[in-house]
Design a protein around this ligand. Structure first.
Ligand SMILES: Cc1cc2nc3c(=O)[nH]c(=O)nc-3n(C[C@H](O)[C@H](O)[C@H](O)COP(=O)(O)OP(=O)(O)OC[C@H]3O[C@@H](n4cnc5c(N)ncnc54)[C@H](O)[C@@H]3O)c2cc1C
Length: 397
């Protein structure tokens, strides 16, 4: 089989674009195939032209100076100097139809008693409920932390592996601690995809992949075909299962049971003067139809924006608008602009890291890489760390 590209990447989220960046920097011809009409996947800054280009984040919203792989890519692209600080504003709880302070749900004495365990208790193999219940107290977990973690991963958090949340990483102290860009986080995937060394084809949903001794034959849903010597799957686990090429049945069987959390995200924008609410980072919902809301108040503007991450199938679109406006204390007729996004995040469970070891054993020595936000953890940096190590495996360090 003659190949068209040294490396084909399926999926143009940050995992796939990172994988493409790392191979293109090695001088390899690199093609990215993306099903949707845009790059970025879960990174999805919503720009409202009718509001003078005001934007707010519909997905990933914050990068940190501990994101070493992300920063190395920003260095390569000359973007590190353009990162912008996020104004510090706090989260509120949304509980029983009222906005409340986070501290109102904290059991101080229990936290003080338990906290020394934070420095000694191992996370390995433990669930979020088990680990954080032990290091911050069972009542603190029940009344506050479980909702805070749900808010982060947009799904029930109890059975999620503790190791997959908040990995400690070295910081680059000369870079702003928590940052964004003048036009939002989508600046990053768009800049990676815009490089001449990477070809990106959007609107290319991949239906099937064949493999032989020379490499991979990738079939698009539209009947297109393209050949690559190496292949990276950078798609959610259910899609990776469906696309796993012939010859990789052991790899496919390993990942076929990983679930996904479906999230109905409603993005709302208001004129500043129409929203009396004081600036907030967002809302952490306690037993409501949404997990969380994330605001754009970290970058003041003439408008204010909020992404409400709703549980699937609970409220009609109209009822979601009502609920979001109630939580913000504003009438729906004050909405200046809105949009809707279907977000998806992997639903990891305890035992996940054994499964990753088995997958890696099944991929060893092959030209197939598998990356995503379902290996080390869900953050953009976790995704890029996996993309980097898979790139090193395929092409050498
Ligand atoms: C609401 C929300 C808030 C978040 N906040 C943060 C944050 O503040 N900081 C942080 O670090 N992380 C955050 N995250 C997590 C982070 O944004 C994601 O985990 C990460 O961006 C996922 O990247 P990915 O490339 O692994 O997957 P995805 O972004 O899901 O990309 C997968 C891509 O594959 C494409 N695809 C699927 N099927 C096919 C097919 N058959 N053919 C071709 N292409 C296909 C999809 O269209 C998609 O573009 C957040 C996530 C969400 C949802």
């Amino acid at each position: 089989m003659t190949t068209d590209f040294d490396h084909i990447v399926i999926g143009a989220g940050i995992s796939g674009l990172g994988a493409a960046h790392f191979s293109a920097r090695r001088g390899l011809s690199t093609l990215v195939l993306e099903a949707s009409d845009r790059v970025g996947g879960c990174i999805n800054s919503q720009h409202f032209d009718a509001l003078g280009g005001f934007w707010t984040e519909g997905g990933g919203h914050t990068c940190f100076n501990s994101y070493g792989n992300m920063l190395s890519i920003l260095d390569d692209l000359g973007l590190t100097g353009q990162v912008e600080e996020k104004l510090k504003v706090g989260y509120k709880l949304w509980k029983g139809g009222k906005r409340r302070s986070i501290l109102s749900a904290l059991h101080f004495f229990e936290a003080a008693r338990s906290i020394p365990r934070l420095f000694t208790a191992p996370k390995d193999g433990r669930s979020v409920a088990d680990y954080y219940g032990s290091v911050l107290g069972r009542r603190n977990y029940r009344d506050l932390l479980r909702y805070a973690f749900q808010a982060v991963i947009c799904q029930p958090a109890d059975d999620y592996p503790a190791e997959a949340l908040f990995r400690r990483k070295p910081r680059r102290k000369e870079v702003i601690k928590a940052f964004t860009f003048a036009k939002g986080i989508s600046t990053i995937p768009e800049a990676i995809a815009a490089q001449d060394a990477i070809q990106v084809r959007t609107g290319q949903r991949i239906a099937r992949i064949e493999s032989d001794a020379e490499g991979f034959l990738v079939h698009g849903e539209d009947g297109s075909q393209v050949r690559g010597r190496h292949l990276t799957l950078a798609v959610p686990p259910d899609v990776a299962t469906a696309l796993m090429p012939n010859g990789f049945e052991a790899a496919r069987d390993t990942i076929s049971d990983i679930g996904m959390s479906e999230i109905e995200t409603l993005v709302l924008a208001f004129r500043n003067q129409d929203l009396p609410l004081k600036p907030i980072a967002g809302l952490i919902a306690v037993e409501d139809a949404f997990y969380s809301a994330v605001s754009r108040d970290f970058k003041p503007d003439d408008y204010r924006g909020f992404a409400f991450h709703f549980k699937p199938g609970q409220l009609s679109p109209e009822a979601q608008v009502e609920r979001a406006c109630t939580a913000l204390g504003v009438a729906p007729d004050r909405i200046a602009a809105q949009s809707r996004i279907h977000n998806r995040l992997p639903a990891l469970r305890s035992g996940h890291f054994d499964l990753v070891k088995r997958l890696d054993a099944a991929l060893a020595g092959s030209r197939l890489a598998v990356t995503g936000n379902w290996f080390l953890g869900v953050s953009m940096e976790d995704a890029l760390t996996r993309s980097r190590s898979e790139s090193d495996r395929l092409f050498g360090t």
